[in-house]
Each structure stands twice: as structure tokens, then as C-alpha cells.
Design a protein around this ligand. Structure first.
Ligand SMILES: Nc1ncnc2c1ncn2[C@@H]1O[C@H](COP(=O)(O)OP(=O)(O)OP(=O)(O)O)[C@@H](O)[C@H]1O
Ligand SMILES: [Mg+2]
Length: 234
């Protein structure tokens, strides 16, 4: 498979007042297109920092990030905006939906900024939300809101889905459902999927598990036979 994401010696230092925080201390990654990657690691180890850089929302202090062979630092502001809009779909722990827009409008708004979007009705249908299209986020359960957030990310038709603790706020059954949806999107649509989680069991669903410790990749494990969320030994 073709390499989609390549990072070389990524460093990130945050200047927080008096002290500088070294959030990433040399991360090398090579992620092929279509891979399902789970990132595990303790709180504060640099997981979100890494994901934000991969999504073009932050830049490394040192090192390189190449997307399809192009170094992101070579992009001008306009091209970087295009990358974020087109290539990447984000899913966060707390959904981040627009509260004053309906389910349909939340998804359609995201589709509008892409030049190659999917039909919002169709995406919502596939994720089982057709009968909730006119509901506002406050009228939806947590699991439904997260499914809207997934539909919103997918409707842009991105190459990569970056998920920062997507099941962190969900109960066990709902979390399982959401993970099954994400895995289905990875397998059926071929979208590269990167999920940050604190739940080590989710690792068995992925093609590859990357362990981050203190700003570095401490271990990488490949699964020959990834399982579905229903088969995970929770
Ligand atoms: N914008 C920022 N300014 C200053 N320090 C930051 C900033 N963002 C993150 N950090 C620091 O960088 C380190 C890594 O943070 P990061 O959010 O990447 O951790 P994480 O692995 O995602 O943790 P968690 O599992 O708790 O979400 C932490 O020490 C954090 O305090
Ligand atoms: Mg985090």
C-alpha cells in the first residue's frame, strides 16, 4: 500500500510561560493508505499533540510531516487550509456539533467546504440517523451525537479520519456501536483511520497499535487478524 503519512523525527515544544513543555520528542511514523491505527498511551504523553499535527491544526517545532510525499511545511496557508478541509475528517470526544444547527445542517455544512463531498442524506442513512435529520444536538443522545459527528467527518469524503477518544464520553454498548461504524468506514470505504484511546482493548480492532510514552513511540504492534468491536475481549 502507498504511504499516506510519513513523519520524520517530529518534535513539539510548547512554550507555556516560564517552562517549555516537550510534548513530542522525535516521532517517526509510516502509515500506509487504508490502515486502521490505534494510538495508546498515558495522559500527557503527546497523543493529541501528534494527532493535531497530522491533521494540519498544529505544526511541529522540528522534523517533517509528509502527506502523500509532500512536506506539509512546503504548503502555503491556502494549501494548508485545503488539506484540512479536504483530506482530513476529525472526530472528538465531545462531538463539537453546532448546537443551533440540525443533524442534517451540521453534516451539510461540512460537506459544503469540500470539493468532492458525499450526499449528507446518504451518509446519515448509512449511519442510521435518517429519522433524526431535523433534530438539534440537544435532542439527541450522546451516541447519536457522535454518529452525527462521524457523518459530518465522512461527508467531506476525506482520506483520513482522525479520532481523539471518540468513545470517551459514551457508555460501553454505545461505544461499541460507534467503533463498529468507524471500522466499517475503514474497511468498506478504505479511509485511513487513526483512533486515540485510553482503552487498550480497542487495540485488537486495529491493523496496528502504536504506543506513545513521554513524547516518543515506545512500541508498535501489528495485528494479523483484527477483530470487530463485538469480538473484543473487553
Ligand atoms: N497548547 C499547549 N500549550 C502548552 N502545553 C501543551 C499544549 N498542548 C499540550 N500541552 C502539553 O503537552 C503534553 C502532551 O499533551 P497532549 O494533549 O498531547 O497529551 P495526551 O497524550 O493527548 O493526553 P490525554 O490522554 O490526557 O488527552 C502535556 O504535558 C500537555 O500539558
Ligand atoms: Mg489527548
Amino acid at each position: 500500500m502507498q504511504t499516506l503519512i510519513l513523519t520524520k523525527n517530529l518534535h513539539k515544544v510548547f512554550d507555556a510561560g516560564e517552562v517549555a513543555v516537550q510534548a513530542l520528542k522525535g516521532v517517526d511514523l509510516n502509515i500506509p493508505e487504508g490502515q486502521f491505527v490505534v494510538i495508546l498511551g498515558p495522559s500527557g504523553s503527546g497523543k493529541s499533540t501528534l494527532l493535531n499535527i497530522l491533521g494540519g491544526m498544529d505544526t511541529p517545532t522540528e522534523g517533517e510531516f509528509l502527506y502523500r510525499g509532500t512536506p506539509l511545511q512546503n504548503l502555503n496557508k491556502h494549501e494548508l487550509t485545503r488539506f484540512r478541509r479536504k483530506a482530513v475528517g476529525f472526530i472528538f470526544q465531545f462531538y463539537n456539533l453546532m448546537p443551533n444547527l440540525t443533524t442534517y445542517e451540521n453534516v451539510a455544512l461540512a460537506a459544503e467546504i469540500s470539493d468532492n463531498p458525499l450526499d449528507p442524506h446518504k451518509v446519515l442513512g448509512e449511519i442510521g440517523l435518517t429519522d433524526r435529520e431535523d433534530h438539534f444536538p440537544a435532542q439527541l443522545s450522546g451516541g447519536q451525537q457522535q454518529r452525527v459527528a462521524i457523518a459530518r467527518a465522512i461527508a467531506k469524503n476525506p482520506d483520513i479520519l482522525l479520532c481523539d477518544e471518540p468513545t470517551g464520553a459514551l457508555d460501553y454498548e454505545t461505544g461499541k456501536q460507534v467503533l463498529n461504524y468507524l471500522q466499517k468506514i475503514n474497511r468498506q470505504m478504505g479511509k485511513t483511520l487513526i483512533i486515540i484511546t485510553h482503552n487498550a482493548s480497542i487495540g485488537s480492532m486495529a491493523d496496528r497499535v502504536i504506543y506513545i510514552r513521554d513524547g516518543r513511540v515506545s512500541r508498535t504492534v501489528f495485528n494479523e487478524h483484527p477483530v470487530t468491536a463485538d469480538e473484543v475481549n473487553w
